[in-house]
Design a binder for this molecule. Structure first.
Ligand code: ATP
Ligand code: MG
Length: 748
């Protein structure tokens, strides 16, 4: 029992608790997960319980793998036991017993892409307006219902009185029929159907109740209602259920997690033994105190405070950077500086609020040759929307690029399926033409599926126009134009989902990339830009186990720990994020996220913010996060917080005036324009307005002698207007003939 000696008395008490419900409620880094793994080892080694009778549930595959490794370390052998996520545990059960609830055993699992296809078909069949009921929106309601166990019939009873309710009810019912008919389940079904199986079939339930005599759930605070039902049903017979969690770390309410599950545990399971762990083993004293000083501001939390006998350690470092590039540069520099000691690259983590922030860090780290990997998200340049828009830009650059054309021909949807594309490819190769060339042939396009004809023509015309005019346009103008005129932005907007919003954020963020390069080189050409991006995007993928700095969101860092943690972007609107401010309790959830982020740090914690931030394609002065204000100042080392600095007169580099909404930046009382709240969808307005302004210039209201200003070439004088061409003598580049439709000009 040597392995138990390491535990403190409370941990030990929990680890050797054998029968009856057990709740381990404790703050971050107090050894909850370790205690659970020790308990598994104890049950197996000391109590002679077969691993066959134990079920341990976690939230992520990574957490499941870590727990398995830790248990194996303790008992010194490979164990064949169920240490699984909720989804994989349910999937295993259903693979054995699905027939009992009317599915065959070989049912298929539909992923979100499949779900979208199904719901789209339902929308079409029921003649519902897809614009008013975007697929992703309907799916989110369905998912919500399934998490709560609301069947289509019940949904109909509760919401059937109004038109919207009736429509969604119809779609939900149709969606369920299709899945049933196809012998398919979506992810929510995996849990819901298992619960239904248990409720309906006593024999199956009895089998699993007998099998899993000891059940353990990590991160219990993030369970939703259906997951709770699953656990409750399984545990009812033996009542040997052990859950561990921390109400201060509930960060998934937006996805249906119900904090009540952990708060009501004692009521739910009679004779629960509650063990609180109060010693933190992870973090140095100052880090822990700092994290407390923030979380204390949440109302209605159960009072608990951790102590540590670790040294106080260094204070939390705060750096207020000039802008996000300076922020990233500072972090990369600190990593380089500290790495020379005992610390390795993999001991550093940069934990940000949103994936869109990763790009600047990727660049700053590459610039110093620091290896890194982006976890739980996709590297910025690998993201679908970035690849799509780059494919459009590559086509404008080089219309012969068949690969890029194939990527975007049906992106957004234009009614071109794989088969049609294959036919086009064959034809192009027979005619020895590029795909694009082929599509400039009207006869060919007219022969396409009828719904595709118009949209393909528009797409071809857009690419052609920009391709001809590319030398006369700034890269950022080409970018805006493509996003709008290809319908790409619109299709994202129509989806109106969190996911689509994330994509829009990333696209706006890409605009910051372009501005950066245009700042350095105002005459930047499309080909130069594409080359530079290609170089960054090519940097190889790092091996998962490699010694590399880790980049991820604070959400995905739950349960993990790192010697050195950086939390960038401590600014209102970013963290706490603007979305949170709109929801009741949203700010508290953000604060819990802040607590989760800070408590990942073992030895050093850095918080940073940028005075000027370009994010989602918009530059503005920022206001320091309210969480910084809540921090106990005596624990912080660094630039004075709320430093008063007059920023007036500083130009917003590279940001053309027409992107800035004067009404947006509320004059802050601390000298900057502050209080900015980022709203990706709102910002689309500016891109679109910019397009409209350039569009309106085509009205032919230019006359010889008009003075104009062009976004790339500066001021000039109109010398002739002829049909679709306008000829301008510029002070900077001399006489240019431009396409009137596209020229980014304004009368002055
Ligand atoms: P979180 O809330 O972040 O999930 P946790 O409560 O699950 O944290 P663990 O990850 O289990 O905490 O433990 C945090 C760290 O403390 C780990 O490095 C673990 O090895 C160490 N630790 C836990 N208990 C002890 C102990 N009794 N003695 C020494 N180290 C310990
Ligand atoms: Mg844990």
């Amino acid at each position: 029992m040597d392995y138990l000696n390491k535990l403190n008395p409370q941990q030990r008490e929990a680890a050797i608790h054998k029968e009856g419900p057990l709740l381990i409620l404790a703050g971050a880094g107090s050894g909850k997960t370790s205690t659970m793994t020790h308990r598994i080892a104890y049950l197996i080694k000391e109590e002679g319980i077969s691993p066959y009778h134990i079920l341990a549930v976690t939230f992520t595959n990574k957490a499941a793998k870590e727990m398995r490794d830790r248990v194996e370390d303790l008992i010194g052998a490979g164990v064949n036991m169920w240490i699984l996520t909720f989804h994989s545990a349910c999937l295993r059960i259903l693979r054995t017993y699905a027939e009992r609830i009317g599915y065959s055993k070989d049912f298929v699992v539909y992923d979100p892409t499949d779900q979208k296809v199904v719901i789209k078909n339902c929308i079409k069949e029921q003649n519902v307006d897809e614009k008013k009921y975007p697929p992703a929106y309907v799916l989110s309601i369905i998912s919500d219902c399934k998490e709560k166990g609301i069947s289509p019939a019940k949904f109909g009873q509760e919401n059937g009185d109004d038109f919207k309710g009736k429509t969604v009810h119809g779609l939900y019912a149709a969606y369920e029929n299709v899945l049933k008919k196809n012998n398919a389940m979506d992810f929510d079904d995996l849990i819901l159907r298992t619960v239904q199986l248990f409720e309906k079939d006593d024999e199956v339930l009895a089998y699993y109740q007998d099998r899993f005599r000891y059940i353990m759930v990590d991160e219990y605070q993030d369970t939703n209602y259906m997951q709770y039902r699953f656990i409750k049903l399984m545990a009812e017979a033996h009542n040997n259920i052990c859950v561990v969690g921390d109400d201060d770390q509930c960060i998934y309410q937006w996805r249906g997690a119900d904090i009540k599950n952990i708060l009501d545990f004692e009521k739910d399971f009679k004779n629960t033994k509650v063990i609180k762990l109060e010693q933190n083993y992870r973090s140095h004293g100052n880090i822990l105190e700092a994290a407390h000083s923030v979380i204390e501001n949440n109302k209605g939390r159960k009072h608990k405070k951790l102590w540590t006998d670790k040294e106080e350690g260094e204070k939390v470092k705060y750096y207020r950077a000039e802008d996000e590039k300076d922020e990233a540069r500072y972090i990369a520099q600190e990593i380089d500086r500290l790495r020379t000691g005992e610390l390795k690259y993999k001991d550093f983590a940069i934990l940000y609020r949103t994936n869109a922030q990763s790009r600047t860090f990727e660049e700053a780290l590459s610039a110093r040759d620091i290896p890194y990997r982006v976890l739980g998200g996709i590297r910025y340049y690998d993201r679908k929307e970035i690849k799509d828009i780059m494919a459009y830009m590559r086509l404008v650059q080089n219309t012969a690029d068949d690969l890029s054309l194939a990527r975007i021909i049906n992106e957004p949807k234009r009614g071109i399926g794989e088969k049609t594309l294959e036919k086009l490819r064959t034809l192009a190769s027979v005619r020895n033409e590029s795909l694009f060339q082929l599509l400039t042939d009207e006869e060919i396009v007219d022969g396409l599926p009828s719904k595709a004809v118009e949209s393909i023509k528009e797409m071809v015309a857009t690419i052609e126009q920009y391709s001809l005019e590319k030398e006369n346009l700034r890269v950022s103008d080409i970018y805006d134009g493509l996003l709008v005129k290809t319908g790409y932005l619109k299709s994202l907007e129509q989806q109106d989902t969190v996911e689509a919003e994330g994509r829009v954020e990333n696209l706006l963020e890409f605009k910051s990339v372009i501005y950066d390069y245009e700042n350095e080189n105002p005459q930047l050409s499309l080909s130069e830009f594409m080359e530079r991006i290609a170089l960054i995007a090519e940097i190889d993928n790092h091996d998962a186990d490699e010694n590399a700095v880790v980049l991820m969101t604070m959400h995905s860092a739950k349960g993990l720990e790192f010697p050195v943690v950086f939390i960038p972007g401590m600014e209102d609107g970013l963290f706490p994020g603007w979305r949170s401010l709109e929801k009741p309790g949203g700010i508290d959830e953000e604060r819990r996220l802040c607590y989760v982020g800070m408590t990942r740090a073992m030895q050093k914690l850095y918080l940073t913010s940028a005075q000027l931030r370009t994010l989602y394609g918009k530059t503005d002065y920022t206001k320091e996060s309210q969480f910084l204000k809540e921090l106990d100042k005596s624990l912080v080392d660094g630039d004075a917080i709320y430093q008063k600095k007059s920023m007036s007169g500083t130009s917003l580099n590279g940001f053309p005036g027409n992107y800035r909404n004067p009404g947006w930046s509320q004059g802050g009382n601390d000298g900057f324009n502050s209080g900015e709240i980022f709203r990706p969808f709102d910002q689309l307005k500016y891109i679109k307005e910019n397009q409209r302004t350039s569009q309106s210039s085509k009205g032919g209201d230019y006359q010889n002698g008009d003075k104009v200003s062009h976004s790339k070439f500066g001021e000039g004088l109109v010398i002739s207007v002829d049909g679709s061409t306008i000829t301008i003598a510029f002070d900077s580049v001399g006489v240019k003939k431009l396409a009137k439709d596209l020229a980014p000009i304004k009368k002055i």
